[in-house]
Design a protein around this ligand. Structure first.
Ligand SMILES: [Cu+2]
Length: 239
């Protein structure tokens, strides 16, 4: 029995320690939300799997060991010592609780980064409506519909508004999602390390054409972004 608990402890500790080493942030000290979320997600998956498997194996083992061997067999007297009872109750409860608290703390850490916008963030305003998105560049007087162009290697803050009902801005690959609520200005921010096109979509059911309420985020190199801004400013903003 002692080796059994020892194996428990070792597997459990390994599950807790291993993913920690994969934590990373960008060179400029701006946290990488994609890495942070994924690390937390893997952490939770590993912990749930390891703990779930341990409990499933123990349950199956006990079910097999104490199975009824003949149809008329009656259960015999079997009593655990006080220490045994305490051990079987407190140790599993402690494992669950310790892991829960550990994950909650990790969660809180990621949450802080998620809600604290880096200082040098580029600000874009997004107004949601049934059924589309207006993307505004407050300093440039440029307005796009269902499209956002942002510079690479600079965090982007999105100020969210809604013209009518509750919508929700979701960019799955960038690991960000937040509600756009009428009468409120909410916000989110994301990293732009990798250039390319990313989907953003509405994830709050908002009526008939909710499923068609999506657009793309284009992350382009800084020089290209400056050129793009100048180009559209000359055209009088509206596109
Ligand atoms: Cu919507």
């Amino acid at each position: 029995m002692r080796t059994f608990f020892k194996t428990h402890a070792i597997i459990f500790l390994l599950a807790l320690i291993l993913p920690v080493s994969s934590h990373a942030s960008t060179d400029k000290g701006v946290p990488d939300l994609v890495v942070e979320w994924d690390t937390l997600w893997h952490h939770m998956m590993i912990d749930i799997t390891v703990i779930g498997m341990i409990f499933a194996i123990v349950t199956l083992y006990l079910m097999f060991k104490y199975r009824r061997r003949t149809p008329d067999e009656e259960g015999g007297r079997f009593r655990l010592s006080t220490l045994g009872v305490m051990g079987w109750t407190l140790i599993p409860a402690f494992i669950f609780l310790a892991d829960d608290i550990f994950l909650a703390a990790k969660n809180f850490e990621v949450w802080q980064k998620y809600r604290n916008v880096p200082e040098n963030a580029y600000v874009v305003e997004v107004e949601a409506y049934m059924w589309g998105w207006d993307v505004k560049y407050p300093e440039e007087e440029i307005v796009l519909t269902n499209e956002m162009v942002v510079p690479q290697d600079r965090p982007v803050m999105v100020r969210l508004k809604s013209r009518d009902v509750v919508h929700s801005f979701f960019a799955p690959e960038l690991r960000v999602k937040w509600d756009a609520v009428p009468g409120m200005v909410t916000y989110l921010w994301f990293n732009t390390h990798k250039g390319g096109e990313y989907l953003f979509t509405c994830t709050e059911y908002c009526g008939l054409l909710h499923s068609g309420m999506y657009g793309k985020i284009r992350i382009v190199p800084p020089q290209e972004f400056t050129r793009w801004i100048e180009d559209h400013r000359e055209k009088g903003g509206k596109i």
